[in-house]
Design a protein around this ligand. Structure first.
Ligand SMILES: [Zn+2]
Length: 277
């Protein structure tokens, strides 16, 4: 058995254990913390097959160049899914995953506003319930509020009915909070997907948005240093990048204004996800 096969087999068990541990701790915060641990996965994941279900992973070749993903842009395009835009143009698509609120979203919104930068915020259902004002602010300031499901499950493990429920419950909450229809953009929880899950979400009218640039900003107990965040995000940025950041990161809240300035100085322009097709 190849080592990579072994890793694949062990991974779900590890995840279950983490989940069980988080629940055992008895706090929703601990649960969410584990649950939102969406980091860039190991380079070996680049060869994973999407048919059986995989976590989104990236393989970086050279600074400033688009990395390879588990699935190619062409494969994803068949399902209205994207991880970057195929372009030489210096454009960026900013996205934030929002699992819960800890006071960092306001400064993030302030920085985006200052730079006139559109972004997409992928929210779980409970985020809309607990933070309707922030969700309204995102909407009013021209950002896309996208669907990150209600319970943050692994979409490859759901039947069609449960999957649809996960999405429509969030759509309903969004309409309640804003009086508008939710734009149909989806970020799969934990980056988990399969060709089946992609087909199903496509059938429900969704565009799936993966990413080509992210860093370890999700760990509340080990927030990256400001300089490290700027360094990695300016080194790895590339034309057409979809950037994944987490709204819970105090580092992101602290550096976003400077980061956007640096990217602008590099010639980058921020664009809405509506451009992707
Ligand atoms: Zn998430």
């Amino acid at each position: 058995m190849k080592r990579s096969d072994l890793t694949k087999m062990c991974r779900p068990a590890g995840r279950l254990l983490l989940l069980a541990l988080a629940w055992a701790l008895g706090t929703g915060a601990a649960f969410l913390k584990e649950h939102f641990a969406e980091k860039e996965s190991a380079p070996s994941a680049a060869s994973a097959s999407a048919s059986a279900g995989a976590g989104w992973g990236l393989k970086f070749h050279k600074d400033g160049q688009r990395p390879d993903g588990n699935s190619s842009m062409e494969e994803l395009a068949a399902y209205d899914a994207f991880y970057a835009r195929d372009t030489e143009e210096k454009v960026l698509y900013l996205t934030f995953d929002c699992g819960y609120e800890n006071g960092n979203t306001e400064p993030i919104l302030d920085a985006l506003k200052k730079h006139g930068a559109p972004a997409a915020f992928f929210v779980v259902g409970t985020y809309i319930e607990s933070e309707p004002e922030l969700v309204r602010r995102m909407t009013d300031e021209g950002h896309i509020v996208g669907n990150h499901t209600w319970h943050h499950p692994d979409l490859t493990q759901l039947d069609m009915e449960s999957l649809e429920q996960e999405l429509t419950d969030v759509e309903y909450a969004y309409r309640e909070a804003t009086g508008r229809d939710m734009p149909k953009y989806l970020r799969p929880p934990q980056g988990r997907y399969s060709s089946d899950s992609l087909q199903r979400t496509k059938d429900l009218g969704y565009r799936t948005i993966f990413w080509s640039l992210a860093y370890e900003d999700w760990n509340q107990d080990a927030q990256p240093a400001r300089e490290d965040a700027i360094d990695i995000l300016t080194r790895r940025v590339h034309p057409g990048a979809i950037v994944l950041l987490h709204n819970t990161s105090s580092t992101n809240a602290a550096v976003l204004d400077e980061l956007l300035t640096r990217w602008e100085e590099m010639g980058y322009d921020f664009r809405p996800l509506t451009e992707l097709q």
